[in-house]
Design a binder for this molecule. Sequence first.
Ligand code: 1CP
Length: 354
Amino acid sequence: MAEPIRRETTRTSPIVKALTGSRPKTVPFWFMRQAGRYLPEYRELRTEAGSFLDLVYAPDLAAEVTLQPIRRYAMDAAILFSDILVIPDALGQKVWFETGEGPRLEAVTDTEALDALSAARAGEHLQPVLETVRRVRGALGPETALLGFAGAPWTVATYMVAGRGSADQAAAKRWAYGDADGFARLIDLLVDATADYLIAQAQAGADAVQIFDSWAGALPAPAFRRWCVDPVRDIVARLKAACPDTPVIGFPRGAGASYAGYAEATGVDAVGLDTAVPVGWAHETLPAGLCVQGNLDPVLLVAGGDAMTDAAKRIIDGFRGRPHIFNLGHGITPDVPPEHVAALCALIRGHGAS
Ligand code: 1CP
């Protein structure tokens, strides 16, 4: 077996410090979807690239898009520009993005369709994304962390089964409830491909990774345990075996009271809190010393002004005394004015200083 990867170069980055349990001098921050359509320079490059997946698989362009928000705002972390749906694409499912509408996939609804998918060629297919990681890590200073990411198996499965984003994730739930053994084959395939992919990102230079379980909130507790917690636990165990120094942020969006035991049950080093989680509840309930990330309502970033700054201050104050990475409770939307992002960064730098 290969030697585990240990990385020293970015141990001093404030994000990595927070993720490993210490409290840097100021509250470090980055924003989910910090690269994207709210930035004019992204829209320009996106038009040049052609399709969304063409952009994702072009390392020079994807690296540039990853760096765009860092040049403007100098967040403490860059997040790899890619998408959670590169995994189904790499497994051989047909995936495309309809402009202005979102992702579309040729739906996988039974085990027969599963037989057509294979993890064998996934590693090769994802090489351009790993090249993006190498390029971005090379371009960033040691104080800025590079975050890799993947979708959690449950969330990726909801898109694979429905063939698109859906409001209720009913298609995946129907399969999971009606044929748990068949659905487990899909989840197991995703656990394998996702673990390999995150290990490869860490080996290419990602300092930490985030696992996005954006639709975790769709499942009642026993199903949440089986389809969200257990697969993420298996991925984290495999990542930690190969790369023990790579911290993992889990983001089980909508998990509600199930946030309480999530870090312990999955082995993640930090939890991303969604917009609805009350700061006081999280601070009292989550294990002391556990790093939390979040959780400003992205719509406050659209509104700006006092509503935004007051809410951001309450979040920073509410988590004083534990490692905290400031972030939104979900991704930046395309209607966010870039100057509101600048104002929020200034507020966090000022109010987040201890
Ligand atoms: O038109 C465009 O330019 C495409 C818009 C876009 C962008 C900018 C999509 C399509 N994906 C992305 C990038 C992306 N996606 C990143 C890049 C890094 C960054 O944060 O800056 C990341 C981390 C993701 C992750 C992602 N993709 C998630 C998990 C996070 C979340 O938002 O909950 C999900 C659910 C997706 C699927 C997806 N990809 C794109 C869209 C519009 C969607 C959501 C579709 C839906 O549910 O309807």
